[in-house]
Design a protein around this ligand. Structure first.
Ligand SMILES: O=CN(O)CCNC(=O)c1cccc(Cl)c1Cl
Ligand code: NI
Length: 183
């Protein structure tokens, strides 16, 4: 099982490199890694398991956070309306996005960052992504609000971008023009 020991931290080169696209159909190993990443997220959100294995909670995970420079991400969370997102994806790509931006009122955190970094992380408010799922099916998702934020946080990891790279250095709580606050 994946535990915190498997997650690389700030300073590890995998976190600031562009990850490689993976072959489709997915190899047995890539499928297994997506399964293991998804299971980690579920475990991290289970009070007993998280306490037993000292897991920090996460709603998403990207393979570079495990030192694996491949375009693989896993997501496990519900949106504000109770819609569940629980999936492993290969080669996710943002094919279009809104001009409008959004940000989480409470900011963001990262399992590869062992410190609290305050500030708003401006992101595209709405995105359309394509990817391949764990069963080799093509996926096209139109996302907004919290789901759009989480997917962008993960896709950033595949491009070597950390959430704090997007925080305004002069004023971390500067609000981009016509940005939507997500609480
Ligand atoms: O890359 C994934 N992680 O680092 C897992 C830990 N962070 C979170 O679960 C998290 C927390 C707040 C906002 C966002 Cl957008 C995310 Cl993603
Ligand atoms: Ni992260």
């Amino acid at each position: 099982m994946i535990t915190m020991n498997d997650i690389v931290r700030e300073g590890h080169p995998s976190l600031t490199k562009k990850a490689a696209k993976v072959n489709v159909p997915l190899s047995v190993d890539d499928k297994q890694l997506l399964e293991d990443m998804l299971q980690f997220l579920k475990n991290s959100q289970d009070e007993e398991i998280a306490e037993k294995y000292n897991l920090r909670a996460g709603v998403g995970l990207a393979a570079p956070q495990l030192g694996v420079e491949k375009q693989l991400i896993a997501l496990h969370f519900e949106d504000s309306k109770g819609k569940k997102y629980s999936m492993g994806l290969a080669n996710p790509k943002i094919i279009s996005h809104s001009v409008e931006q959004s940000y989480l009122q409470n900011g963001e955190g990262c399992l590869s960052v062992d410190r609290v970094i305050e500030g708003y992380v401006p992101r595209h408010a709405r995105i359309t992504i394509t990817a391949t799922d764990i069963n080799d099916n093509p996926v096209k998702l139109r996302l907004k609000d919290y789901p759009a934020v989480v997917f962008q946080h993960e896709i950033d990891h595949l491009n070597g971008v950390m959430f704090f790279d997007r925080i305004n250095e002069d004023n971390p709580f500067a609000i981009p023009d016509n940005a939507i606050e997500i609480s």
